[in-house]
Every structure is written in C-alpha cells, then in structure tokens.
Ligand binder design. Structure first.
Ligand code: PEP
Ligand code: MG
Length: 848
C-alpha cells in the first residue's frame, strides 16, 4: 500500500474571490502573478501559461479552466502551487465556454496529475461547483482542492482509519458482491462526510463501487469502517446500520441459492457411464451439450491512442456515458418487461458502473496525461477489471466481465469503429465454446446453430452472460478455472449445465448416454412445442384460454405459431413510448385494425394507456411525481386527460365497428367510481360512432381492487390480474428495485390470496378472470392460477408451449388442492417448494 501523495500547495493567499479580468489572457496573467508572488514559479511563467493556450485548450469543463505553463518551462516551477481565481460572473475561455474557477497550476508532473484528479472529480459534483463559483468563503475552495476524501483512488488512501470507527465482520455468505456493494456505495454517497472502509492494509472509499469490489471482501472478513468530519459518529452509525440491514437479505438469498443448488445436485442430472476426465466449474445454464472445443482467442481490443484536447475528450466521454446510460436504461426496461425485475437488476448493477468515480477519474487522469479518450477509457476499464479478476473470487470475476462489457459499450459510443465484436470465426459444426470469460454482449450475439454449449474459465452463475445463455437455451458452465483454457482445440467435450461439469474426451459409451439424455430433453421440449397448438385442456377436460401479450400487429403471427389463441394484453402505451410524439386517432385506429385483422377472428384485449410509474412519456410533459408508482398512473391519468382517453376510445370503437373480437381493458383501477366514469366515457364515444358494444374489463393490479372485486365485478365484464403490479403493491416492493428483486415474488401467498379473492368476487357476478402478469407464463404459476379458478392466461409468446403442456398434464382437482395448499403457506419459497421438479420425467424419457 503506497502512502498518500503530498497534497498540492493550495494556500489561502493563492485564492482570489470575486476576481475581475478584462479577458481570458488577463485572467491567466493574474493567476500567474499570484503564483509568482507566492514564490511558486519564477517570473515569465505567466507568459508560458499564456503561450500554452496557443497549443492546448485548458478548459476542463463544468466552468473550470486549468491554465498551466508549457512543458519546456517546467524549470520555472520552484515548488508546487495552485492559484484559484473565482469569477462569479464567469469569463469566456473559448467561444461558448465560461470559466468560473480558473485554477492556475504550477506543479511537477506527479502533483499536476493529483490536482487534476481532484478537479476531474470535482467536475462531477455540479452542486459543489456552483457553490464554489459564488462562495465568499475561501476555505470552501481550499477544502475542495485539498479534500483527500474527494480523491477516491484507492491506491492512494492510507491504510489508516479516520477519526470515528466501527468494526464489523462481513456476514454476507457470498461476500461483498456487486449488489450489496452498490447499496453500500449509495448509502455512503448519501452521507455528507468522509468515510473509509479498511480490510487489513487495504482501504476503499465506500462511495466507489469498484473500490469496494476491489477489497474482495468475503464472509468472515473483519473490516473497520471509519469516518471524519462533523456528525461523523451519527453518519457512521447510519452507514453501519445500512450495511447490517442487508445481511438478512443476503443470507436469505444464499439460502435460496443453496436450496436451488440442492434441488439440482447430480443425482438429478446426467452421469457418464465411465470415468472421463472432468473439470468442475459452476452450473450456469441447464442442459447437456456435446461438441468439439473451440477456444475463443481473448478478444483483445486494439484501441489506438488518438490524443485530443481535454475539452473535446471530456465532451466525447461525457456524451458516450450519457448515451450508454440511455442504452442501459432501455435494456433495463426491456428486460424488466420481458424477464422481470430480477433479471433487469443485473443491468442496473452494470449501469451503476458507469457512475463509478474511480473509473471516470482514472480515465480523465489518463486523458490529462495526454492520451486519447478511447484509449484512456479502455485502459481504465482493463486495469480495474484486471484487479477484480485477480482476486480469485468467482463473484467478483463475474463483475469484471460486466465491467468489460459496459466498457465496450462506452467504447462503441466513443468510436463506433470499436463496436461490440462478433464471434464469426466459429466452426460450422456446433462447438463447445471455451473462453476465459464471455462478455454479455458476446453471449447475446452467439449463433446457436454453431454453439452447442459454453464453458468459461472465469465468470459467475449470476453474470448476465449466464442469464443470456439460459435465455438462448445454451448449456453453460462458468468458473471452471484456467485448466479449461489449456485444452486442445478440437477435443470432444460434454458440458453439463446442470451439474457444472465439463467432461473431456468421453468414451463412446459416455457419448451415447449423453446423447440419450440430450434427446430426452429435446423430446420433452419438442413434445411441448408439437402440442402447442392443442388447447390447454386438463386431463379431466377443464379448458383454460391461452393468449399472448403482444403489442404490435407484426408480432401476432409468431404468437399464434407458438400456440396463442388470441391476444390477452396489448399494452398500448408502447405506441406512445416508442416514438417522440402521440399517435393520432387515425394512426391508432390503423394499428388496432391491423391487430384485429392479424388475429383473424381470435380475441383481442386492448389495454388503454398505462402511462405513469416506470412508463414515462417525455413528450407528454407530465408533472414529476415523488412516487410515480403511487401517483397519477394508468386509469387515473386517463380520467384527468380526456385528450388522451377520447382519441384512444374513438380509435378503438371505430376499429370494433369494422368487425373482430375486441375487448377494452382499463389499467390501475382502484375504485368502482373510476370504472363507472370510464364506462360512461366509453358509452358516449360508442354512441357517437354508432359502434357495437364491446366487453369492458379491468386490470386487477391494486390490492384494493382485488379486495373489492365483488363490487367491481358488478360493473366490469371481465378481470385480468396484473401480477407484476399486484405483487409490487401487495408487498410494497418497487418492481424496479434491484435490492428487493428477490423478494418481489408473485408466488407469495399474500398475492395468491388476493387473486383468490378476485376470483371469488368475479364468481358472484359470473365474470371470468384472466391473468396477464408474469406469473401466467410460469408453468408452475399457471398451474396454481388454474387451481385458483383463473380461466384465461396471457403471457409472452415464448412461454406458451411449456404452460400449455403443464396444464394438459394436470388434473383440475389436483390443481385446486395445490392452490388451496399454496394459500396456507407462509412464504413464496414454501409455495415454490410445492413444485415437483420434472426431473423424474426426464429420467424416464432418457431410459426409454
Ligand atoms: C402487470 O402489472 O402484471 C401487467 C401485466 O401490467 P404491466 O406489466 O404492463 O404493468
Ligand atoms: Mg401493470
């Protein structure tokens, strides 16, 4: 551990508040004169500073300029010093660039970089900069430039504690991995004091996610957390409380993971006949794959160093970060919708790396040293990822892949020529792709016709790559160690993604047995798919309507091909979200008509706009709400905005007039009054168009609606339960909160009870109940819902075959008994435990 670099010479006499200057040159000259007067530089340094402006732009950004002398005039520097001139009104540095703080630097190279690192960090703190630009207290400027707490480069923090301290033993079973580390970082950022975490001689500023991860904390590690500054004790206690609060969740998650792992122990998986060589790793994506090993050369990116001036580089970097953030937000939203908040949490953790101050600072530091922005960013990523990988902790190793992946996304934004690479040199025959690690974007781009399975030396089962492999149906093993990479290309291997093993050079008998097992898996899938057009009728003849959640007419054909019998949820807000303006009545009419036509007589349930919550439509300029999920969302907005409701209803009734099986459904209904008003509006529009009566249903996604289902059922033609929101509101867990994602389980008995109440309420008025939230697409969830009395299930098209197969293999009384049992359970985990894994069936199939 290195000791701290000497603090640059920032002294009160070198700070001039409320300075005035005729122009930039005058400002630089004044800064130079201050440095001369303080004895930091010899006379003539001002001229050198002015000359430097002719060869480089010293505007750092965010109202800060850093004039300094030419390299060849370093000899004029007698001792380190920085002079700060505050221009409250600002002074034009370059056209359009106004400097409020002019920081004249006289320093040797090392100190220069230290100063710039502080400044680049300060530049990210807009509020503080605004304060410094107008303050009449020089000590604030002094503190900002001397504040070692702002210098979060871990390597420069001393292995000493700050004034107040507490010790704590890490009790997170999987150590401090990205998710709790992100929570620590958030908690630290919210506290206005300097905090430090020390493990042995290693220290980190907890505001930096990467610095925390680099500590490589494991369960049992004893750490000291210290703080200094006013209110240090209280802040320390609140930080300590925040991190200990996470213990329960971390333990619960580890227990659940262990439970899952136990459920997938080798007894349930494939076993070779003989004893081929084996490399053990961690199971990451289920299934068995056979192929010849194809070793992926490490995708070293050749990033050429093209230096640019700091201002251009800073703007390029900032723009790239902003665009990548937006790209990640899109990915988060998309994944939340398709796979749920749990899967999206991985992207959230990845996106939070974009705000990591160490990364930004290191990049700026390299840029300030004279390197190009792409090169500097790439280097910063590589250095930090390398440090994470070197810790030998599989969880952190997975994070280094995330870091590299997000790094490549940013690189692609800085220079599209450095875009995400492809894997197009794969052999034609399906191979076992072996790599040190795979970036999520590599995995996403894999051609599944050419890759049968994946094995990586590094990585973790929770990495985004692993999740994508599961989505792609590619068996995958991660964290198999370096031995994996020394295998000869072309070696035959079997990847077992259930047991986490890679079998090498298997015998013919082993291969035959593995092929049988693969065939059994395929047979089960094929059986599900072959039967996907058959109705979901239980063995004893109880039919469940199966529909798809589809938003666009061009998606209907695939939904029908997967076995959908109609569309149970068309989320119309996407018509507004995917474009920069609101579609007109005519445009909406055309889309609804195209949906009806594509369905060719099958039912279509169109949900009116569900704007609000996480679905914000910028061009509507709606007021910002403190708690948008609890605000003017869905039907509440429609009731307040006839300009949104009327055109949509008109478009819908016009579409209905031209034929088809259309129903209208309102989201986020909480009260009978809302429903009655909306029905009135529907009726007025219908009458004005002389359109036919269409069923009007409501989403049940607010607990109040479930509890009052009996009252609502009097006025609604049908219900469709939105389990995503019902879970969020019943459990009081923001569906976007990664911290709580694992607890937001729709199988929670409380949610199931609300669904049972909904069914009961609907029955009283002879209404049908469907479910269009995520629970409907889970085969076990579908079984439970059917047992609860739900008669329509609508889901993403890819979930259709398995759900239908599960229902066809069931009997209604058994499902009812299952549902009744589930209602008596204490937790979602207990409910899930009622599912009997279909491995026994696999064994039977394989043996057959
Ligand atoms: C739900 O809440 O379950 C639902 C289907 O609606 P959305 O996911 O669009 O909020
Ligand atoms: Mg909803």
């Amino acid at each position: 551990m290195s000791t701290q670099a000497p603090s640059p010479a920032v002294r009160p006499e070198l700070i001039r508040l409320a300075a005035t200057a005729t122009d930039k040159t005058d400002a630089i000259r004044q800064a130079g004169q201050l440095l001369v007067a303080a004895g930091c530089v010899g006379p003539g340094y001002e001229d050198s500073m002015i000359a430097r402006e002719g060869v480089a732009n010293t505007f750092l950004g965010a109202g800060v300029a850093i004039p300094h002398g030419l390299g060849e005039d370093k000899g004029l520097v007698r001792r380190d010093g920085i002079a700060v001139l505050q221009f409250v009104e600002g002074i034009e540095w370059n056209p359009g660039q106004i400097a409020h703080l002019v920081v004249g630097i006289a320093a040797s190279s090392d100190s220069h970089i230290a100063i710039l690192r502080r400044l680049t960090r300060l530049i990210q703190d807009e509020a503080r900069l605004r304060q410094l630009a107008t303050t009449d207290d020089p000590s604030l400027i002094l503190a900002a430039l001397q504040d070692d707490a702002t210098d979060q480069n871990r390597a420069r923090l001393p292995a000493e504690d700050l004034d107040e301290r507490v010790t704590w033993t890490v009790d997170y079973p999987t150590g401090l991995h990205a998710r709790p580390a992100a929570a620590w970082s958030e908690a630290a950022k919210a506290l206005p004091i300097a905090l430090r975490v020390r493990h042995g001689s290693e220290t980190a500023d907890p505001r930096s996610l990467v610095a925390l991860l680099q500590l490589g904390l494991k369960a049992g590690d004893r750490i000291t957390i210290s703080a200094s500054g006013p209110g240090a004790r209280g802040a320390l206690e609140s930080f300590h409380a925040a991190i200990t609060r996470l213990s329960t969740r971390e333990k619960a998650e580890a227990a659940r993971a262990a439970q899952k792992a136990a459920a997938a122990v080798p007894v349930q998986g494939w076993k070779p006949v003989g004893t081929p060589a084996m490399i053990a790793g961690v199971a990451a994506s289920p299934g068995l794959a056979i192929g010849t090993v194809h070793i992926l050369a490490s995708a070293e990116l050749d990033v050429v160093d093209h230096p640019v001036d700091l201002a251009t580089g800073g703007a390029l970097l900032e723009g790239a970060l902003v665009r990548t953030r937006a790209q990640m937000q899109g990915l988060i939203d998309d994944t939340t919708r398709r796979l749920g908040a749990g899967d999206a949490a991985i992207f959230k953790a990845q996106a939070s790396l974009l705000d990591d101050t160490d990364l930004i600072t290191l990049t700026c530091q390299l840029m300030v040293e004279g390197h190009g922005v792409a090169w500097a960013w790439h280097q910063a990523i590589e250095r930090m990822a390398g440090q994470l990988s070197a810790l030998g902790n599989p969880v952190l190793a997975a994070r280094s892949a995330d870091l590299r992946d997000i790094g490549r996304r940013v690189l692609a934004q800085i220079d599209p020529g450095l875009g995400l690479g492809t894997l197009d040199d794969l052999p034609d025959a399906p191979c076992i792709l072996v790599a040190a690690d795979l970036a999520p974007s590599d995995t996403a781009a894999l051609d599944t016709n050419r890759v049968a399975g994946i094995a990586t030396a590094l990585g973790g089962p929770t990495s985004h790559s692993a999740i994508l492999a599961r989505t792609l149906g590619l068996p995958s093993v991660v964290a198999a160690g370096a031995d994996l990479l020394s295998q000869a290309a072309g070696t035959v291997a079997i990847v077992d993604g259930d047991t986490g093993r890679v079998w090498l050079d298997p015998s013919e008998a082993d291969l035959a047995s593995a092929r049988d097992w693969i065939a059994a898996i395929a047979a089960r899938r094929a059986a599900e798919e072959a039967e996907r057009s058959r109705p979901a009728v239980t063995r004893d003849g109880h039919g469940v309507a199966i529909a798809a959640n589809v938003n666009r007419p061009d998606q209907v054909a695939d939904a029908l091909a997967q076995g959908g019998e109609g569309v149970g949820l068309m989320r119309t807000e996407f018509l507004f979200l995917e474009r920069g303006d609101s579609p007109s009545e005519d445009e909406q009419y055309a889309v609804y008509r195209a949906m009806i036509d594509a369905l060719d007589g099958r039912p279509l349930i169109v949900r009116t706009l569900d704007i609000g919550g996480d679905k914000q439509v910028p061009h509507l300029h709606l007021p910002k709400e403190e708690n948008p999920f609890l605000g003017v969302r869905g039907a509440r907005l429609l009731l307040r905005r006839p300009d949104l409701l009327e055109p949509q209803l008109r478009a819908l009734y016009r579409a209905a007039k031209d034929g088809g099986d259309l129903s209208i459904m309102f989201p986020m209904i909480t009260s009978v009054a809302e429903l009655l008003t909306l029905r009135e509006r529907c009726e007025a529009v219908r009458v004005s168009l002389d359109a036919p009566v269409v069923p009007i249903g409501i989403m049940i996604e607010v607990p109040a609606a479930a509890v009052q289902a009996h009252a609502l059922a009097k006025h609604a033609d049908f219900f469709s339960v939105g389990t995503n929101d019902l879970t969020q509101y019943a459990l009081a867990i923001d569906r976007q909160n990664p911290e709580l994602a694992s607890e937001a389980d729709s199988m929670h008995p409380a949610v199931l009870r609300l669904i049972a109440m909904t069914v009961e309420g609907a029955r009283r008025h002879d209404r049908w109940v469907g479910v269009c939230g995520g629970l409907a697409g889970d085969p076990f969830g579908a079984a439970l819902l059917t047992g609860l009395g739900v008669t329509e299930l609508s889901m993403t098209p890819r979930d259709l075959p398995a759900v239908k197969a599960r229902l066809r293999s069931s009997e209604l009384p058994a499902l009812q008994a299952l549902a009744a049992r589930a209602l008596t359970m204490e937790s979602a985990a207990d409910v899930r435990a009622l599912d009997i894994a279909p491995v026994a069936e696999m064994r039977e199939r394989s043996a057959a």
